[in-house]
Design a protein around this ligand. Structure first.
Ligand code: V47
Length: 350
């Protein structure tokens, strides 16, 4: 990876955030092209969301339910997960992304058994990217073990990587308003640091476009950059735009496409040490996802196979998210890009 030609600090990033859009686009695109030219990375993947019953009450979440008997709640047992996995698995899939909720009654052994079962069921080369730092934190609390022990046990069962969920916004005053009872920013970063120390690569995220401001976003990115300077374990940063349907912040509405593109561009400039900026298309929509490639992003995530509900329940335009390789190729070539299939570790699949 070619590093940015120089490191941007807070004040300069704030200036650039409101710079002329064309100037900002050109800067971020130059950084992206220096690394990857006109390539767009993607993988073939599907998600398993074992449950949406959750003890946390994050105000932005449209997906969670209080208990099993509420309308729209689900919880899968191991056998149901096995059947679901066989239904979604198809030739060429290289990653299973498992993330759900902090269920009040599930324990570490249950989460380990999911990993072992999926690992045994699918070809060995299929990577398992599973459990956000918030879920890992809950496993630590319920088992009484530290994060190093929990992650080691999950790794032994077949865990290959952690997804980036749960970061939201690190600023404590914002966090206290949108997700007061959730894993703290410090704990999120500590769990990722521990994972990196164990050789488990991770992604990181930021939920933007709700009550936070641009200062909070840049401060958030700079904390991730600081950790990455120490560990080098993040593969990708995923700026997640808040989607407003069916949750208790709905009256806020959603940020404009321009603000999304500016945020993606700033993340490419700020995070000089994180290799990939992911434009997660189930949340952005396919067209904005491709457009984001002109603003510094280089990765679209995957084919998904209609297997995630987090964003459709929050009102995303992608109600049954599936992206075929042919469709991605067409969208990319219409803008002068070409696609490159990768695995979970960004090794190219020819
Ligand atoms: O942490 C929840 C977000 C995240 C809403 O690592 C919402 O490859 C917008 O982290 N509007 C979970 N966002 C998803 C996630 C993720 C997704 C794709 C790829 C990867 C990866 C990670 O979803 C949560 C939260 O920030 N979220 N509700 C909402 N209404």
């Amino acid at each position: 990876m070619e590093p940015n030609s120089h490191r941007y600090e807070f004040d300069r990033l704030m200036e650039l955030y409101s710079a002329d859009l064309e100037q900002l686009r050109a800067l971020a695109l130059a950084e992206r092209e220096a690394r990857y030219g006109r390539a767009i990375f993607f993988n073939r993947n599907f998600h398993i969301e074992p449950s949406n019953v959750c003890i946390h009450r994050c105000k932005f979440c449209s997906y969670r339910r209080d208990s099993e008997d509420q309308p729209g709640a689900w919880s899968m047992n191991l056998e149901q997960i096995r059947k679901y996995c066989l239904k979604k698995y198809g030739k060429g899939i290289t990653e299973v992304h498992i993330v759900g909720s902090v269920h009040p009654k599930r324990d570490l052994d249950y989460y380990i058994s999911i990993i072992s079962m999926v690992k045994g069921l699918l070809p060995k080369e299929v990577a398992i990217k599973a459990y956000s730092a918030v879920e890992i934190d809950d496993m630590c609390i319920s088992s009484g073990l530290g994060s190093e022990q929990v992650l080691t046990r999950l790794k032994e069962a077949g865990l290959d990587a952690l997804p980036g969920g749960g970061a939201e916004i690190f600023d404590n005053s914002v966090r206290m308003q949108i997700c007061p009872d959730k894993t703290s920013a410090e704990r999120y970063l500590e769990i990722h640091r521990t994972a990196h120390g164990l050789g488990i690569p991770t992604n990181c995220t930021m939920l933007f476009g709700h009550i936070e401001n641009r200062e909070h976003r840049i401060a958030h990115m700079l904390r991730l950059r600081e950790l990455q300077d120490n560990t080098g374990g993040f593969n990708a940063f995923i700026p997640l735009k808040y989607s407003c349907a069916n949750n208790s912040l709905s009256e806020i509405g959603e940020v404009s496409q321009e603000e999304i593109l500016r945020t993606i561009a700033i993340s490419r400039l700020a995070l000089d040490n994180i290799p990939h900026i992911k434009a997660y298309w189930p949340m952005l929509g396919k067209k904005t996802g491709i457009l984001a490639m002109e603003y510094g992003a280089d990765d679209m995530d995957g084919t998904i196979e209609n297997s995630t509900k987090i964003y459709s329940m929050a009102g995303s335009e992608e109600q049954n998210p599936t992206l075929t390789v042919e469709e991605l190729k067409e969208l990319a070539s219409a803008r002068g890009f070409h696609i490159k299939e990768r695995d979970s570790f960004y090794r190219i699949i020819s």
